[in-house]
Design a protein around this ligand. Sequence first.
Ligand SMILES: Nc1ncnc2c1ncn2[C@@H]1O[C@H](COP(=O)(O)OP(=O)(O)O)[C@@H](O)[C@H]1O
Ligand SMILES: [Mg+2]
Length: 255
Amino acid sequence: MNAEPKFKSSDNMNASHAQNAPAFCSVWDIHAYYGESYIVQGVSLNIHEGEILALLGRNGAGKTSTLRAIARLGNPTLKHGEIWLDHQPLHNMQSYEASQAGIGLVPEDRRIIQGLTVEENLQLAQIEKPIGWSIDRIYELFPRLGERRKQEGTTLSGGEQQMLAIGRALARDIKLLLLDEPYEGLAPVIVQEIEKTLHLIREQGITTIIVEQNAIAALNLADRSVILDTGQVVYDGTAKEVLENEELRHEYLAI
Ligand SMILES: Nc1ncnc2c1ncn2[C@@H]1O[C@H](COP(=O)(O)OP(=O)(O)O)[C@@H](O)[C@H]1O
Ligand SMILES: [Mg+2]
């Protein structure tokens, strides 16, 4: 295995970005399968440190599968390609190793642990060192979690469970936050509340990939965007351009 990705940064970053230095996170030509089903068909993307990338595309385009492949979950199976995070190769890792290497995946179903309080859910995330944000800092970001610290996590509202799932990721020392549809199934007023906190998290410079059906909200948060269609990249550029390009939005996002 080479010590560095086989490719050079192909995006239109300005020349001040160290000469062809690999991005903080580089996904290169990944191909992933569910059994025989060929789903992620050669996806490449680069993310620079502190950047937010909106990974968009219609339902079934392969967004969740791409996040799962990056997080090295067993399904889908990665059969080709490389994934690098802060100079570490992730492509041969198991999910627990990718997690130790700094991947923080907040899955669509949030996975709050049953029988544990809000605080215990957060404490559990900090069992292994190195730890990330302190629990007090997480409560500062999400005051509702602080108010409900003694409540069982699974009895929280959908929006609060989403806050807990994000808080739990931040409680670990992560290098890349992967958010899969953080606004899904939430009332507009709660979406706004979570949106506000994501803007606060953004100010902390946490490198993030956000997948969202609410593309406008994701694009307003993001620096850049990658759009997938049938498991392939059809756009890689600035979030602003997607917001301004009606044709592109219409064709691949149906908005
Ligand atoms: N566990 C699975 N087994 C087989 N096919 C799957 C599985 N999960 C997703 N798929 C298929 O992979 C494709 C991409 O799904 P997904 O990555 O969830 O898309 P998105 O998140 O963009 O909506 C879809 O055609 C979906 O039916
Ligand atoms: Mg999905």
